[in-house]
Design a protein around this ligand. Structure first.
Ligand code: SF4
Length: 312
């Protein structure tokens, strides 16, 4: 019989392959939550009196993050937690996700702020994509969605007076992004989710930076968190999809590879980040590697009527 590596109990529910630990339910939950607290401390992600805007999509990762931060926040009465949800307008998908996000935030007693592309930009993602395809403009759904969602979260966080934005990017997501940046030849866009205080920008943090995605899923399952299980209809077009598959297979074959990759990136990247952080977008004032950030560039392109026929 296999016993829990920590408490010796006989109800093992999880095998943590990279550390060869077998864990019972209670020990899995305890080590999972402790690692999030350690990650926050190690990278100075949060302060005792922060107003934290948690980006919640309604999927497993973000709801698990809301749950664990809600538990941690109880120990810090000066801190305040909000959920921020963006409705990009993805047909037959996002409505359901928004419902999960709002219902779970309400259940925890966390104020939730929903903002939509239509309300902010005057168009839905769906509409942009349909018109782009019709006109042969070659816009990728995920590129438009990712960039404009980031802008929308920043907007909502500012409305709430947030001092920090927490996103549910896991160890897997962060390593994938580092690889994608390298493949795009974009080494300047480097440190992801590490708190940086800069004028005009709310810092972003990623408390799941050291947590593999499969453990986040298992935590959500153990905590019985209801989440949207269906996948976005655009997900297969995402540039990160082949990288995600490759890294997942590699890490399965050679457990611990994701941690090793993160460690390597952390050694080589911070020094190269300075130039990027010193620049500001001329339009919105957010940090940008170019004179005008990708978000403002896209918005100008779309709103000028090139895609949506002159929408404001
Ligand atoms: Fe947006 Fe792409 Fe994610 Fe769908 S898969 S929510 S389009 S970034």
């Amino acid at each position: 019989m296999q016993l829990c590596s920590r408490c010796g109990g006989d109800r093992v529910v999880y095998h943590r392959v990279y550390s060869n630990e077998r864990l019972c339910r209670a020990c899995f939950i305890e080590t999972f939550e402790r690692r999030v607290v350690r990650t926050i401390g190690r990278y100075n992600m949060l302060r005792r009196d922060d107003r934290i805007a948690v980006a919640v999509s309604g999927g497993k990762d973000s709801l698990a993050l809301l749950h664990v931060l809600w538990k941690i926040e109880k120990r810090f009465p000066e801190a305040r937690l909000f959920a921020v949800t963006v409705d990009e307008g993805i047909e037959d998908y996002r409505e359901e996700a928004v419902r999960y996000a709002v219902e779970y935030a309400n259940k925890l007693g966390v104020d939730v702020y929903v903002v939509s592309f239509r309300q902010l930009y005057g168009f839905d993602l769906q509409e942009v994509m349909e018109t782009s395809e019709y006109r042969g403009l070659g816009l990728q759904a995920c590129s438009v969605c990712g960039v404009l969602r980031r802008k929308a979260i920043n907007y909502a966080a500012k409305q709430l007076g947030a001092t920090v934005i927490a996103t549910a990017h896991t160890l897997d997501d962060i390593v994938q992004t580092y690889f994608m940046n390298i493949l795009r030849g974009d080494l300047k866009r480097v440190e992801i989710g590490l708190r940086r205080e800069e004028d005009g920008a709310i810092p972003r943090v990623t408390p799941f930076r050291l947590t593999p995605e499969r453990e986040v899923v298992f935590y959500a399952y153990l905590m019985k968190i209801p989440f949207q299980a269906s996948v976005c209809p655009n997900a297969s077009q995402a540039m990160r999809d082949p990288i995600r598959k490759f890294l997942m297979e590699y890490d399965e074959k050679y457990p611990g590879s994701l941690y090793a990759a993160l460690k390597s990136f952390e050694k080589i990247l911070p020094a190269q980040d300075k130039e990027f952080t010193q620049r500001r977008c001329r339009v919105c004032g957010e940090p940008s590697s170019k004179e005008i950030c990708r978000g403002c560039e896209l918005l100008t392109f779309i709103q000028r009527g090139a895609v949506c026929g002159g929408m404001s």
